[in-house]
Design a protein around this ligand. Structure first.
Ligand code: SF4
Length: 442
């Protein structure tokens, strides 16, 4: 359990010097207790006090890394229960399961091909979980070696026999895979292996209470690079456990639950499995291991993850500039819109559908949509005209005509005055662009 503000205050210098940014040492202690400040912010705290305050200063959920180099997957180190309070930081690692009983090479190749581009973002699956279903150390080791040869992504090794795990680690320990799992029956050997190889270790109990107990036993053996699994597999139970673990770690600073979590899907139907995984990504799995390995199955899940892990206070924006859609010429139409990525990509899709090569001028509105930007004075005759000049539109086209969104038709006169161009009022919704283009430019 974490220290209270008053307990922390006893260890601080009590000079109220404000160097930490808080008005008093007591205010700083309260901020530290609630996880809203870091002990590092006080330059005057003694080493003895630092040691005493270790538990209060530690993040409520430990940062644990799986993998190495640029394929490392960072887990945990979250501070919020609800995304809108601040943001979630480390996206759930999506792991594709490969059994040593299936065609390992074929599935690993399929996994490697799982990359997606959507609204200007690049999505990938992060991890491969190799599972020992054969009970054969040599077969599992060979499967792990094959997967490691096919992908540089982070690995999870699933085997409960420490001897089998040790055999697999001989070939991939330097990739720092997640060892799954320490249980009540094997935790001493698994912890020794994880410590020796410096690999993160998953700890699996039978329920929340036994999981907390097992985590404490592993920590008592001197190892803290842990990922926890309550053992539940039924959707509502997993959701309840993940929520309790997160709540206890953040609200109560319950140290036994202060680690990232792992969840496994159990549904057989791909559609149901994706929905189940979506529940776990939402609350609050750090890793979800799943069987699905088809692009059409994973794309909605990865899109959902992307949405959850963006900063809600920062709109997703595209670079404000002039975009060419197709083989543009000086006669090509020019559309303008804002640099809110969703708006931009919808407009881009409809302009592509019109099959008339065109320019799209994306105006810098701080990443907000047309009407919001207009209401906030960020999408005005002046800002559009300035963007036209910056993009040197006059040198690129010979017709001096620009299309504005129908929702801001009111800007027509002012923009014609500010730019000297003829302003055409386009459709209100982007879906109307192909028809508008055909009638106006074809
Ligand atoms: S910097 Fe340290 S000593 Fe100064 S007010 Fe903050 S907590 Fe107190």
């Amino acid at each position: 359990m974490g220290l209270t503000g008053l307990e922390i205050y006893k260890h601080l210098p009590k000079t109220n010097c404000k160097d930490c940014g808080s008005p008093t040492c007591l205010a700083f202690a309260m901020a530290l207790a609630s996880g809203k400040a870091s002990l590092d912010a006080c330059p005057h705290v003694t080493e003895e006090a630092k040691a005493a305050l270790d538990s209060a200063a530690a993040p409520p959920i430990k940062l644990v890394k799986v993998g190495t180099g640029d394929q490392v997957v960072e887990l945990g180190d979250e501070t919020e229960l609800f995304r809108h309070d601040k943001r979630f930081f480390h996206p759930t690692g999506i792991a594709v399961l490969i059994s040593d009983g299936e065609d390992v090479a074929a599935k690993a190749e399929k996994f490697e091909a799982l990359e997606f581009d959507r609204v200007g973002l690049h999505y990938v699956t992060d991890m491969v979980a190799v599972k020992c279903d054969s009970g054969d150390a040599a077969k599992f080791k060979a499967a792990v070696e094959t997967v490691a040869g096919k992908t540089k992504k982070a690995l999870i090794l699933i085997a409960e026999d420490p001897a089998i795990m040790e055999a697999a680690l001989e070939v991939v320990a330097d990739r720092k895979p997640l060892i799954y799992a320490a249980t009540a029956g094997n935790y001493e050997q698994m912890t020794a292996l994880a410590k020796a190889k410096e690999c993160p270790l998953a700890v699996r109990g039978d329920d929340l209470a036994s999981t907390a107990e097992l985590v404490d036993k592993v920590v008592a053996l001197g190892y803290k690079e842990l990922v926890i699994d309550s053992g539940a597999r039924e959707t509502s139970k997993v959701l309840a456990d993940l929520t309790q673990i997160r709540r206890q770690a953040i609200r109560k600073k319950f140290r036994s639950f202060g680690y990232p979590t792992i969840a496994f899907t159990s549904k057989e139907s791909p559609q149901e499995e994706i929905v189940q995984a979506g529940v776990y990504v939402s609350k609050y799995a750090s890793i979800v291991v799943m069987k699905a390995a088809e692009k059409q199955q994973l794309l909605p899940l990865l899109s959902w993850r992307q949405n959850l892990y963006t900063d809600p206070q920062k709109p997703i924006a595209v670079e404000p500039k002039l975009y060419s859609i197709g083989e543009v010429t000086p006669d090509s139409p020019v559309y303008c819109t804002t640099n809110f990525s969703l708006t931009y990509f919808i407009v881009e899709g409809e302009v592509e559908s019109s099959r008339i090569p065109s320019y799209i001028l994306s105006v810098d509105t701080g990443g907000i949509s047309v009407l919001t930007a207009y209401a906030d004075n960020k999408f005005t005759a002046e800002t559009i005209s300035a963007a036209m000049k910056k993009a040197a539109l006059e040198e690129k086209v010979n017709h001096r005509k620009i299309v504005i969104p129908g929702y801001v038709a009111v800007l027509k006169g002012a923009l014609e005055e500010a730019s000297g161009w003829e302003v055409l009022v386009g459709p209100r919704e982007a879906a109307g662009i192909p028809k508008f283009a055909k009638e106006t430019f074809a």
